[in-house]
Design a protein around this ligand. Structure first.
Ligand code: GRF
Length: 212
């Protein structure tokens, strides 16, 4: 499966995904391109270091649809079948969502539907919740919305700061096994993804795949 990853910043989830593909942890897959909407995104160099093609598609005063149309073109000309949003800080247009129906996933640092949007970790911290976490979900036209695929809980400790809590959630995003079984459907409902042992990060949806 050809994967396209969209980033806007440091790209640590992108790195986890690329490394899992390269190590074979995610089998039969290839990261075809990493696309950033920011020319100065630190993740671009990390992708290049790993031999992954990078493309910058800046908004540059264009409408959301015009911007998305260029990204769709970059993805489709490389045959991308699955789009992973890994710290991509823009809401997708309906055009984008409809171009990849049920084939766009996002990772968000809260237990959605709680704390959507920016600074989800700080929102949780300031709300005083004792449990937060991270969510992998399908992407629709709404902000941090769409069917949940996986979630992982993270306890908020008494001595946590915004930074320490964020770091523990990020660790779960990258590596933590959820040891659970879940199913999902991709593409045109002919490709069935079955997961034996999933991790709370986009990469884990590939742990085991069957076509039926
Ligand atoms: C992560 O916390 C992710 O959940 C959120 O944006 C952050 C991106 O971090 N969507 P990175 O760029 O992957 O390091």
């Amino acid at each position: 499966m050809k994967i396209g990853i969209l980033i806007s910043g440091r790209g640590s989830n992108m790195v986890a995904l690329v490394d899992a593909v390269k190590s074979g942890e995610i089998p039969a897959s290839e990261v075809a391109v990493v696309i950033s909407d920011k020319a100065d995104a630190a993740g671009l160099a990390k992708a290049s270091e790993r031999g992954v093609e990078t493309v910058v598609v800046e908004r540059s005063g264009r409408s959301r649809v015009e911007h998305d149309a260029e990204i769709i073109s970059e993805l489709t000309k490389r045959g991308v079948e699955l789009v992973c949003l890994a710290g991509y800080m823009r809401l997708l247009s309906p055009l984008f969502v409809q171009a990849f129906p049920n084939k766009i996933i996002n990772i968000h640092p809260s237990l959605l539907p709680a704390f959507p949007g920016l600074d989800a970790q700080r929102q949780a911290f300031e709300a005083g919740v004792k449990i937060t976490g991270c969510t992998v979900h399908y992407v629709d036209e709404l902000l941090d919305h769409g069917e949940v695929i996986l979630q992982k809980e993270v306890a908020v400790l008494d001595d946590d700061t915004d930074e320490t809590l964020s770091a523990r959630i990020l660790e779960q995003e990258h590596t933590q096994s959820m040891s659970k079984r879940s199913e999902s459907w991709f593409a045109n409902k002919k490709l069935r993804c079955l997961f034996d042992s999933c991790y709370c990060t986009a990469k884990t949806i590939f742990m085991r795949r069957e076509i039926c």
